[in-house]
Design a protein. Structure first.
Length: 74
């Protein structure tokens, strides 16, 4: 239960980061932020074979992007 609250808090913080980035587009993109958060927050105890690492990272990033919301600019 605690992990769920931490995840939701961090994704809410990330939404705020995206909301308050510069209007000129010089801030971090939604995809880049999701990629960083996916690396840190969505992990498994089982090792992933090297040939599947890119696919797993892509899916983890998509999962985090879902929580960042569609209203945040890409």
């Amino acid at each position: 239960m605690v992990h769920t609250h931490v995840f939701l808090y961090l994704t809410a913080f990330a939404q705020e980061v995206l909301k308050h980035r510069p209007a000129d587009g010089s801030g971090i993109s939604k995809h880049d932020l999701a990629s960083v958060l996916a690396t840190v927050m969505v992990r498994s105890n089982k090792p992933v074979a090297e040939k599947y690492q890119k696919l797993v990272h892509t899916r983890r990033t998509a999962f985090v992007m879902h929580f960042l919301g569609s209203d945040a600019p890409a």
